[in-house]
Design a protein around this ligand. Sequence first.
Ligand code: ADP
Ligand code: MG
Length: 301
Amino acid sequence: MKIAILSRNRKLYSTARLVEAAEERGHEAMVLDVLRCYMDIASSKPEVHLNGESLENFDAIIPRIGASVTFYGTAVLRQFEMMGAFPLNESVAITRSRDKLRSLQLLSRKGIGLPNTGYAHDPGDIQDLIKMVGGAPLVIKLLEGTQGIGVVLAETRKAAESVIEAFMGLNANILIQEYIEEAGGADIRCLVIGDRVVAAMKRQAQPGEFRSNLHRGGSASLIKITPAERTTAVKAAKIMGLHVAGVDVLRSKRGPLVMEVNSSPGLRGIEEATGKDIASMIIEFIEKNAKPNKTRTRGRG
Ligand code: ADP
Ligand code: MG
């Protein structure tokens, strides 16, 4: 097969591993810098070009689109979908998953366990909003943050009020969330491929920190997940429409709570923690599922 990996940098661990796994399994893999791809959109024959040449005949596309280039990156992916290539994750599903609020609404609709979460626009509603999610301590999150940046723990009601007020004053989109204290600064990353959790790791925040992101100094270790956690993760990925996803789960007194669903889960942490060859599993999934013109939306969404 001819596989394109949409990534800004071929040296990134995940990108390099995917190229390696594809080639090992006898495929041709090409890394395309998504910001250098340009498109002929309005013609009867949709095309993507790079350096003056038309990119054609890709069987599958692996999007590894960074959060800062979601808009442009998903447009390029959509174009490949229109050309009939099989996307590992579809453009609509990626767009969906990048908006925390929209994701939570979709998951909530299907009864997935979630931390109590509120959203408001007017500073006049802050007091009631805080009451709604159960009071302090609580977590305040920028809607489009990643890697733990823009996630704040407010220990008291007063602190919560001032932080929310400050964010609102800056016109930042934020959500307010119940703080799951019993998770103890840890969360579980479930790597879903298709309808299976193929690997899971526990991420533990460093002492004095509640955010377990590896980018924030969190450490990863192997963990055995419960059947309820497994089902929740698979269901969450399916609701988002993602074939491959990193589903982050908090262990709470009332069972597994989904915090977020990532459409481009990093491979380094999970491969190192579990010793599993996730990159090959992803290529294998593509081998089994990539058929031309199989995208559900074909660029329509
Ligand atoms: P990001 O997209 O920046 O990773 P997350 O929503 O995943 O944002 O939050 C970052 C980290 O903060 C999580 O991995 C988790 O450890 C911690 N965290 C986030 N929300 C909560 C919460 N409601 N209760 C407890 N810990 C949380
Ligand atoms: Mg996260």
